[in-house]
Ligand binder design. Structure first.
Ligand SMILES: [Zn+2]
Length: 240
């Protein structure tokens, strides 16, 4: 089985006019880690299906900030933990809830303006689900159109599994920070996947150590080609 990184295409080669402007409703703050001394917060770990509105503290998670007090960050994270899947890492900056905003134009089946986020038309999602591909969880968005014949746009929520192979990472860089869970950096050579870490029950997932990277199986890639999906790119990731 081959694996591919699913990615966007250069903006200047896009033929579709679709665009959107959106924010996510809730997020954990970024944080300064007392152990590795990094200040960080990503935007690629997301749970669009997770609704925090029942939490008394939800209001404070509506704004983005950098938390200097690591214990406070941990308290916020612990509060959210029961609401997310067991495999969730909950790194600083993790987002929750649907994308809220406006959209216009016409959209390709998959829309990947950002390589770490997959927006998909509902009809396209249903086509892929009918093919039996595993790991397709479509979540509603709150992207509002002011035009006729607007598509219904969904966002994919993907599980985090799989790691880069240690041989493609800089030396001494394979273990996440014990306190904040951060990894230092990505591959320093041709990216390669670690065979033992790859899930067998999914055709699409995010890498666990670099969750901005979306990986699909050969089966998924073949289906995209066969169904004539447009405006995405694939790069094979060798497995060892
Ligand atoms: Zn750290």
């Amino acid at each position: 089985m081959k694996f591919y990184e699913l990615d966007s295409v250069p903006a200047d080669s896009m033929r579709y006019t679709g665009e959107y402007n959106a924010k996510r409703k809730w997020g954990l703050p970024g944080v300064h880690c007392p152990t590795c001394d990094s200040s960080w917060g990503g935007i690629s770990e997301v749970y669009p299906s997770v609704d925090l509105s029942g939490l008394p503290e939800a209001k404070q998670l509506e704004k983005a900030w950098l938390e200097e007090d690591f214990e406070k960050f941990e308290r916020l994270r612990a509060m959210v933990r029961p609401l997310v899947p067991a495999w969730a890492r909950l790194t600083p900056g993790t987002g929750f809830g649907p994308l809220i905003g406006s959209a216009r134009g016409n959209f390709a089946q998959l829309y990947m303006l950002y390589s770490w986020r997959v927006i998909i038309r509902r009809d396209a999602l249903e086509q892929l689900q009918a093919e039996g591909l595993r790991g397709l969880k479509g979540c509603r968005t709150e992207l509002r159109f002011r035009q006729r014949n607007a598509p219904e746009l969904m966002e994919l929520e993907m599980e985090q599994h799989g790691l880069y192979h240690p041989d493609c990472l800089p030396p001494g860089n394979n273990e996440p920070c014990k306190t904040c869970g951060g990894y230092d950096s990505g591959p320093s050579k041709q990216p390669m996947l670690d065979k033992a870490s790859l899930p067998e029950h999914l055709d699409i997932f995010r890498l666990r150590d670099h969750h901005g990277v979306i990986v699909i199986t050969e089966r998924f890639a073949d289906t995209l080609r066969r169904l004539g999906f447009e405006e995405y790119s694939l790069r094979e990731l060798p497995v060892r």
